[in-house]
Design a protein around this ligand. Structure first.
Ligand SMILES: [Cu+2]
Length: 232
């Protein structure tokens, strides 16, 4: 995972903290085990010393574990302090309206994502957004629960039928970010992927225009065929 949005940086940090904590526990447990083995082993044939742990040692171990858990909690909170902040659109981003995110609708349906842009253009599978811009995706579903998951840009978020959910991100670099299926939504769930194309604000505007023109041309063609009495 390579974080490319403020929120995912926090997730990445939290994963590192978890990894370091797990490593400390593994090392400490094994060190203790080897220490006990060496210190208390007896010669072959003779019976090793029988030990019964006193209450004092139990308290000491308990205190160390509690302190470890407390440190972990504090470190995690301090390092992920910014996780609740909403990213703001930067100077290189698309200037929609001050402090307002760019709103795009993402609709999950078996088994495809549809994106509806502010100018009524739409696209399937691929979402195009401007770089350095706060994007708020309104997640909707027409059938079952789908999960929108592009690991480099945001955490998993569900699209639930009849409800509206939101995922906010701001991509810091142009490029294509792949998404993956994260929730079983029926037999076509595995190929129900998505991709996010992060482009410059100018390219984004150009994409919206050409996409809308293409859709209009296709609709006109169909209407024309129907009027001529042909089946499209
Ligand atoms: Cu799905």
């Amino acid at each position: 995972m390579a974080p490319h949005s403020p929120g995912t940086e926090q997730i990445d940090t939290l994963m590192s903290v978890g990894f370091v904590a797990a490593a400390i526990v593994v090392v400490a447990v094994n060190a203790g085990l080897f220490y006990a083995l060496r210190r208390y082993r007896a010669d072959r044939g003779s019976e090793p010393r029988q030990l019964s742990g006193g209450r004092r040692i139990q308290f000491r171990v308990g205190a160390v574990l509690t302190a470890f858990a407390a440190i972990l909690l504090v470190v995690s909170i301090v390092l992920t302090e910014k996780a609740r902040e909403t990213p703001t659109t930067g100077a290189a981003g698309l200037q929609v309206a001050k402090s307002e995110p760019l709103r795009i609708e993402a609709t999950g349906q078996q088994w495809l994502w549809r994106y509806d842009y502010p100018n009524e253009a739409f696209s399937y599978y691929k979402l195009v957004v401007p770089v350095d811009t706060t994007v708020a995706l309104d997640l909707l579903s027409t059938d079952v629960v789908h999960t929108w998951f592009v690991p480099d840009l945001a955490g998993k978020r569900d699209a639930v039928p009849g409800k509206s959910n939101e995922v906010v991100f701001s991509a810091d670099e142009e490029g294509t970010y792949e998404g993956s299926s994260a929730t079983l939504s029926g037999q076509g769930y595995a190929p129900m992927r998505t991709a996010v194309d992060v482009v410059s604000p100018q390219e984004y505007e150009a994409f919206l225009k050409s996409q809308k023109a293409d859709i209009q041309a296709a609709q006109d063609r169909v209407v024309g065929l129907i009027q001529k009495g042909e089946t499209p």
